[in-house]
Ligand binder design. Sequence first.
Ligand SMILES: [Zn+2]
Length: 519
Amino acid sequence: MTKRSMTRVFRAVAVVGMSAALLAGPAAAQDARTQIGNAMKTMGSENLNSITFWGVAQNGNFGQNNNANHPWPMANASDYTRSIDFTAPASRATWVNYAVPVTGGAAAQTPGQQNITPQQGTWAQQLEIWTTPWGVLRAAAANNATARSQTVGGRRMTVFSFDAPIKSPGGLPYKVNAFINPQGLVERVETWVENPIFGDMLVESEYTNYRDAYGVMYPANIVVKRGGWPTFQAQLLGITANPADIQARVTPPPPPGRAGGAAPGAAPGGAAPGGARGGGAAPAAAPPAPTAMSEKLADGVWRIGQNPGAGAYNALAVEFADHIVLFEPGPANEARGLAIIAETKRVIPNKPIRYGVISHHHADHTGGIAAPAGEGIVIVTPAVNKTYLERALSNPRTLAPDSFSKSKRKAVVEGFTGDKRVFSDATRTFEIHVVKGLPHADGNVIGYLPKEKILVYADMFNLPNPVGSVPNPPVVGTGVFLDNIERLKLDVDRIMSVHSLNPDRMTTVAEIRASLGRK
Ligand SMILES: [Zn+2]
């Protein structure tokens, strides 16, 4: 979905919601209740307190597309089963992934799961229950939904609108719209949830090709989109209504030593903000609060690091005569971005941070982009990423106001064309080069200080194997990184990784070569 149409949908819904509320009197409320009851009858869900559904599914890796203008990458989720207890409410989904590990090598099966307990009150989790075709009608009835008619694509739809009984971090209710098609079936559900990159992010679920299971209707096809692209899709093969053992089905197993958690430093990308229905990593325990730790690499050149265990993202601050350029100004989350900015101002006082060069558009490298955008820092990135970032940063941010929305600024994204962007004045030169031939992401850049012989990069060499055996096959991204250093004839002494290496250190071309088994 384009930026414009996404914004238009949001505005249209906001306006309609307001007028519906103004018109809704007792008669209208009675009418809405009747219509919701009718929809439940058609769906066969009046007596549905729990459900299990199963099929083949795919989870999208939100925020981690290989090109900023392409859909999220989808991973197979075979043997997908989800059970929902609407009365608790609770839900548990399980599936099996089959994919090549990020470190390369043969594809492997890994089990996946998502557990939502009654205690998990965030809308990002609860919406997995209340935006299902059966859950949304139950929630509409419980939350005084209004009803209206709307023609969509030439078809007359009934739209139930209500506020979920959960407040956003900014104190606003979460809005839900359920579209009932002329056959009386739930065809589309919309809601919005806060996201650090996309602001008030539309979550749209489409339910089509309904089938009948002993009177309970279920969609054979489900597509859920976040940020305009699918984060979950499924072909349902069947359902069980009110399974007798629902309690067991929604109870998470005891944690067997944190199964499924990524090994530290293993996966560049990690858990993406926003998540996917049943996908992505489960939200981990809150990391320790980030505190910046800086290290002077050369005169006017600082590594803005982080306390161990807090996520470990590094930025590079480069001082010019009358301003500062930051490489990776908003990784991880807003707190991290704010800490980077504060520490940069401390070590290089009295100069504005004018430019922030992001290594690439992935969610873990832009999750804190609200901080530089709110500071009025120009976001510099290859042109391929410009539309994506402008679209994200032009959404309303009302559900969870952040430093960007509070600043009332308009984001400035400089999308440079060509293979490089050079920052230069009488004091120094900082070259930004676009990495060529990298499968991980188009528009990934490295920063190079020719005088100081310092290079900064993200995601191409993350492996904790300084002297270990060479992976077989060697990691593709690392090979591409070395090829680009050689192609550009960069004379490099020290290399800084945005993700802290394990053990934490600056690396060298020799170490990267060795990791590839090259002499
Ligand atoms: Zn990445």
